[in-house]
Write a protein that binds this ligand. Structure first.
Ligand code: GTP
Ligand code: MG
Length: 188
């Protein structure tokens, strides 16, 4: 058959935005649609597990196959004390997943600063790598829409790379497949 695309993904964004929860949902063992839909009682268990994830220390590397791509994901900690680790992996990355907590209005400016710093970095700036953004936690009652998030982050200013934003609920796994499909179509 066709060779699966080998893709190194940098998963970045502020602490508590949902990066590890998203990656966990994408791993085949946890995917509800991988052997058919989960029954209601198992959905409950899988959502309880999704809520048990602890803050990442440093980073984790995850390898799995999904949407006919072989992923190596660098799941970086978003805590400020670890954010200086991110840039060491920029050269390795073929694609970026940037996760935003849509309910965290107070830190949207911090998320924008980190995104701008990332996109202006010498190892990122000159490259045509795709940037997939998840406006995560869309289930929160005061969550901003993905349109609002993209306005606050001034995404229309990104001219040198393909980018796409999806609203997501990582605990339920909603919105993730749409993002992955876009990534698949935009990864060279
Ligand atoms: P760091 O590893 O510290 O950088 O954080 P992270 O971005 O990996 O966040 P993590 O996946 O650990 O999730 C942080 C918290 O948000 C956890 O309590 C998750 O259960 C919760 N969470 C993640 N996604 C969602 C979501 O879509 N909706 C809601 N309501 N909570 C979520
Ligand atoms: Mg994490």
């Amino acid at each position: 058959g066709l060779k699966k695309k080998e893709v190194n993904v940098l998963c970045l964004g502020l602490d508590n935005s949902g990066k590890t929860t998203i990656i966990n949902q994408l791993k085949p063992a946890n995917r509800s649609n991988h052997l058919g839909p989960l029954s209601e009682e198992w959905k409950h268990v899988s959502q309880a597990q999704a809520q048990d994830i602890v803050p990442t220390i440093g980073f984790n590397i995850e390898k799995f196959k999904c949407s006919s791509m072989s992923f190596t994901v660098f799941d970086m900690s978003g805590q400020s004390r670890y954010r200086n680790l991110w840039e060491h992996y920029y050269k390795e990355g073929h694609a970026i997943i940037f996760v935003i907590d849509s309910g965290d209005k107070l830190r949207m400016v911090v998320a924008k600063e980190e995104l701008d710093t990332l996109l202006n970095h010498q190892d990122i700036r000159s490259r045509k790598m795709p940037v997939l953004l998840f406006a995560n936690k869309m289930d929160l009652r005061d969550a901003m829409s993905s349109v609002k998030v993209s306005q606050m982050l001034c995404l229309e200013n990104i001219k040198d790379k393909p980018w796409h934003i999806c609203a997501s609920n990582a605990i339920k796994g909603e919105g993730l497949q749409e993002g992955l499909d876009w990534l698949h179509g935009n990864t060279v």
